[in-house]
Design a protein around this ligand. Structure first.
Ligand code: SAH
Length: 463
C-alpha cells in the first residue's frame, strides 16, 4: 500500500485551491460537500465558481496564488492544469506546511483524493493508487446501486440512538439490534418514522428472550468465493464462531464478521488433522455458550463431510442445527471441463466415490464401475489411482477409458489432467497435483472429446 486511507477532520478548517477551470470545478464539487472553509485563488474563475462565491459557499480571490495564501490550510489543491503553474503553487503550499495534491500528477502529490460514495455520515472511499481509474469508477457505480440512498438518514438517526441502544447488553444482542435496524426494519421505515421504528425495535429486542446457541452446517463450495450461496454468506455475516476445514480458502474466511472467532479444524488432506471427537466437542461447546456457530465445510457439507457425526453430537447436546447446501467439488470440476455429469444415452446415473473406501469394494461394484459409459466422481482419489486402475482393468474396463483429474477446481490455480485409465498412475505421478483433486472416471474434457469425435469421423470417411 503506497497510500494509506484516513478520514481527516476538516470541519471549520481551511482548504485552499488554486485554479478556475474544469479540474478546479470537479474538485470543488467534492470539497463543497464538506464542512471545510474553501479558499480559491484564480485570475480567471469559471462562472460557477463565481456563483458559489457570491452564495457564500467559498471565498474567491481573483488573482494568482502567492506566498502567504496557503498558510493555515490543512490541504492544498494545485488545479491550474498547467505544469509550470501547478509546480509553482505546490511549492508555495509545501513551504507553508500544507499537504499538496496536484491534479492528475500522482508522483508529485503528497495525497490523493479517492472516488467517493457519499451517504454522509457513511462515506466509502475507493482508491487504486492511480492504477485503474476505470476500476474505481466501476466499484463506485456498483456501491452506489447497492447502498440505499437513505443509508445516510438511517445512520444519522442511528447515531443519535446509540445511547438508548445501550439498554441492550454489549455484544451479540446489541449487534443483532443494529443489524436488524440497518438491514431489516430501518430501510422499510418512512423518513419521518425512523425514530419510532428505532424505539419499537429496541423494545422488541429488549423483550426477546436470549437466542439459544445454534449450529449451521454450511457448504462453502469448491473455493471460488463467488460460488458461495447467498445463504452461506448470510450465515457467515451472522456467525459468532466459524469452525472450518482445511479446504476453506482464506478469501472465504475473510467474509466472516471481524469479531467472529475463527477456528481451523483440519480434517481433509494429509497434514496433521483434528480428531472427529475433538471437532464435535468444539462445535457443541461453542453452541452451548449461546453462540451462533457456522461449521464451514468445503464443497457441500453432505458429501464426504462426516456431517452425520457432527449432527449426532448436536442432537445429543440438545443444540438446534440446520444445513446450508453448497456446490460440491464434482459440480465445479465437471463445469471446468465443459461436460455434464449425466448425459442421455451415455450414463443415467453417476456415482460419488471416495478413494479412501475403495479397498472395501465388492466384485459387483467393480464390475458395475468397469462398464463402458459409466461415470464416477472420485473424491480423495489421488493416492488410490494405481489401485483403482488395477481393479478396473481386472474387471474388464477398457484401458482407453477416459479419466480426468481436476485439481483446485474453481480456484485460480485450477489444473486439468486429461488421461486414460491405462496412463493414469504415470500421468498423475508426472503432474503431481498438490491441491485437492477430483478424479472423473468416464469423462474427458469436452474439447478433447470433440477432437476425438472428429478423428473417428475422419477414419470412417477414409475407410
Ligand atoms: N464436501 C466436499 C468434499 C470433501 S472430501 C465437497 O462436497 O466437495 C475432500 C475431497 O474433495 C478432496 O480430496 C478432493 O477430492 C475434493 N475437493 C474439494 N475441493 C476441491 C476442489 N476445489 N477441486 C477439486 N477437488 C476438490
Amino acid at each position: 500500500m503506497q497510500h494509506f486511507p484516513v478520514f481527516m477532520a476538516i470541519s471549520g478548517q481551511r482548504i485552499t485551491l488554486s485554479g478556475g477551470g474544469a479540474a478546479a470545478l470537479a474538485k470543488l464539487r467534492l470539497l463543497l460537500k464538506t464542512e471545510a472553509r474553501i479558499a480559491v485563488f484564480t485570475p480567471d474563475p469559471d462562472p460557477q465558481i463565481a456563483d458559489w462565491a457570491s452564495a457564500g459557499r467559498l471565498t474567491l480571490t481573483r488573482r494568482a496564488l502567492r506566498a502567504g495564501d496557503v498558510a493555515g490550510s490543512v490541504l492544498f489543491y494545485a488545479a491550474d492544469e498547467d505544469t509550470a503553474e501547478d509546480a509553482r503553487t505546490a511549492a508555495i503550499a509545501r513551504a507553508e506546511g500544507a499537504p499538496v495534491n496536484i491534479v492528475d500528477n500522482l508522483t508529485d502529490s503528497s495525497f490523493i483524493t479517492p472516488a467517493i460514495v457519499d451517504r454522509d455520515p457513511v462515506t466509502v472511499a475507493i482508491g487504486t493508487e492511480g492504477a485503474a481509474p476505470v476500476l474505481a469508477r466501476a466499484i463506485k457505480a456498483d456501491l452506489e446501486a447497492r447502498l440505499s440512498p437513505r443509508l445516510g438518514l438511517l445512520a444519522r438517526a442511528g447515531k443519535a440512538f446509540r445511547k438508548a441502544a445501550e439498554a441492550l447488553p454489549m455484544g451479540r444482542r446489541r449487534r443483532e439490534f443494529w443489524a436488524d435496524y440497518y438491514f431489516g426494519t430501518g430501510p422499510r421505515a418512512t423518513d419521518h418514522g425512523i425514530e419510532n421504528t428505532l424505539e419499537n425495535l429496541l423494545s422488541d429486542h429488549l423483550s426477546r428472550a436470549d437466542r439459544p446457541g445454534h449450529v449451521a452446517f454450511v457448504g462453502a463450495g469448491p473455493g471460488d468465493p463467488e460460488l458461495l450461496t447467498l445463504k452461506a454468506r448470510k450465515a457467515l455475516d451472522e456467525a459468532d464462531v466459524v469452525i472450518h476445514d482445511r479446504l476453506i480458502s482464506p478469501e472465504i474466511l475473510e467474509l466472516a464478521r471481524r469479531e467472529a472467532v475463527i477456528v481451523g479444524a483440519g480434517k481433509e488432506g494429509f497434514g496433521p488433522s483434528t480428531a472427529q471427537d475433538t471437532i464435535n466437542a468444539l462445535i457443541t461447546r461453542h453452541a452451548a455458550t449461546g453462540a451462533q456457530v457456522v461449521r464451514l465445510k468445503g464443497g457441500d457439507a453432505t458429501v464426504f463431510g462426516r456431517l452425520d457425526e457432527e449432527i449426532d453430537a448436536c442432537d445429543a447436546a440438545g443444540i438446534a442445527w440446520h444445513i446450508v447446501p453448497g456446490i460440491t467439488s464434482a459440480s465445479a470440476a465437471v463445469a471446468a471441463i465443459g461436460q455434464s455429469l449425466t448425459r442421455r444415452g451415455r450414463n443415467a446415473s453417476v456415482r460419488f466415490l471416495t478413494g479412501h473406501d475403495m479397498q472395501g469394494f465388492a466384485d459387483h461394484d467393480w464390475h458395475a464401475l468397469a462398464r463402458p459409459g459409466e461415470v464416477a466422481a472420485i473424491y480423495m482419489g489421488k493416492s488410490a489411482a494405481r489401485f483403482l486402475q488395477g481393479r478396473l482393468l481386472m474387471h474388464g474396463a477398457a484401458p482407453d477409458t477416459p479419466v480426468t483429474v481436476i485439481e483446485n477446481a474453481s480456484r485460480p490455480d485450477q489444473r486439468v489432467i486429461a488421461t486414460t485409465l491405462s496412463a493414469l498412475p504415470a500421468d498423475l505421478a508426472r503432474a503431481r497435483p498438490a491441491g485437492p483433486a477430483l478424479t472423473f472416471l468416464g469423462l474427458r474434457p469436452r474439447a478433447a472429446a470433440a477432437a476425438l469425435d472428429d478423428m473417428t469421423e475422419e477414419k470412417q470417411e477414409l475407410a
